[in-house]
Design a protein around this ligand. Sequence first.
Ligand SMILES: Cc1ncc(COP(=O)(O)O)c(C=O)c1O
Length: 393
Amino acid sequence: MGSSDDDREEWTAATRVVRAGRDKALTGPFVNPPVIHASTVLFPDTDTMLGRKQRYLYGRRGTPTSDALESAVTELEGAAGSVSCPSGLNACSVALLSVLSAGDTVLMVDCVYGPVRHFADTMLKRLGIETIFFDPKIGIDIADLFADRTAAVYLEPPGSLTFEMQDVPAIAAIARGKGAKVIVDNTWATPLFFKPLANGADLSVQAGTKYLGGHSDVNLGLVAANEAGWPALKETHGTLGLCVGPDDLYLGLRGLRTLAVRLDRQMQSALTVAEWLTHRPEVARVLHPALPGDPGHALWKRDMAGASGLFGVVFDGWSMARAKAFVDGLALFGIGASWGGFESLAIIAHPRKVRSAVPWSAEGPLMRLHIGLEDPGDLIADLQASFLRTDGL
Ligand SMILES: Cc1ncc(COP(=O)(O)O)c(C=O)c1O
């Protein structure tokens, strides 16, 4: 489905998030695409049905609402096609299943989102697919890990707990030379700040639950594919019978329209808070690739056009009890899973439990912060108060 009939090449992503997926043939004079609740779709006659000569065949196989979101994501990712999935995790697993068969091996970055590691360690293993985890810093040395049946490489730049960047273009170039597909979880940067397909990946995954939805009220996943990855992705998604309810698709579309302004604000606020934290004596390290001192900064600067509002803070020699008290005492940061919404969140993370290639070692407990749309000055005051309250604990 064409997203808009007067597309201009020079339009930036900020303009595209407002316009993408709004096919006038479907929306008519309305600004927003219709929210179609449908399973059965009727055909005018048997020939049309048997010949599948109609654009829409059955609710599960696509509706104007799913087309609107998927075509918007296709446009933003510079893809050949996209599918929508009921969660981000499901988008990750569908992407993997679309490129792997029994007997294959997948190379997976060690800082991968924990439930994707679990999927690899359990279901992929049961299907006869081996997973080899590798150091996020591996770069071109990944060439040494390829064997005859290495079919895919899975990346997450930066990892959503430890924020280690990966050299996507270098790894993708090697994978391509070896005939393996590359999957990138692009949830942190979103297609506004990073274009995995233009950097050599075949599939770009996004947990739409996070920044795309943006309001902590929907679980949603998207996978965008290049020409090489698209046929198998579409087939796998269809075979598994995946589809997303129309109201959740609509929440994704609604979030998309403000993605650029929210991300811009959250990036700036997060950098303000992160920078402030780097000067605190209680903090050993701030894990944020957009900070000049971060080990991943050069890669981030080279590859990404911006940063989101999620980063890590390593407390210097603190006990776990003090770290917990710090988080529990915050007034403006909720304690909860996920991120990408309008509200700030703080959690204590346990990367040690989800590593196998390179052990996680740090100077103290790790807190992950998600910076929302609150005033960054208020957030800093809240953090400052918690530092004072926990002093000496
Ligand atoms: C990097 C990353 N990918 C994927 C997911 C999965 O998204 P969902 O919670 O919608 O399944 C998450 C969720 O936290 C995530 O952080």
